[in-house]
Design a protein around this ligand. Structure first.
Ligand SMILES: [Zn+2]
Length: 122
């Protein structure tokens, strides 16, 4: 429907810059109304869909899968970041390392000393 209105509005000959602006605003408003109507209808459909317990279970499983994959992704990212590059500072990971410092790292058996490259500034 909004496409038909948009075509009808565009078919009129353009006279002045101000008119053109007003027309484009009208098209935007029509699109916005259409979009709001579509969103409301989709929201209502999903509300009805969730009333079925089988669908609710399906959605719960889907969301649990998303949470698990995010957790795995974060763990993999942390593991990738923890690899020590001897040329880059182990604290800020931006500046060039000029020395090495000893830091304590938490392990399952308690704290253990670790030698970390350090920039001397951070
Ligand atoms: Zn640093």
């Amino acid at each position: 429907m909004s496409a038909a209105i948009a075509v009808a509005v565009q078919a009129e000959p353009a006279k002045h810059g101000a008119n053109r602006k007003r027309k484009s605003r009208c098209i935007a408003a029509c699109d916005d109304r259409e979009r709001r109507r579509t969103r409301a209808s989709k929201r209502e459909y999903m509300r009805r869909w969730r009333t079925d317990p089988a669908n609710r279970d399906r959605e719960r499983l889907y969301e649990a899968g998303i949470r698990e994959s995010r957790k795995l992704r974060d763990l993999q990212r942390d593991a990738a970041r923890s690899t020590v590059n001897p040329k880059i500072c182990g604290c800020c990971r931006r500046l060039k390392a000029v020395t090495k410092i000893e830091r304590m790292r938490a392990t399952e058996e308690g704290f253990a000393p670790v030698v970390v490259p350090y920039c001397g500034q951070c």
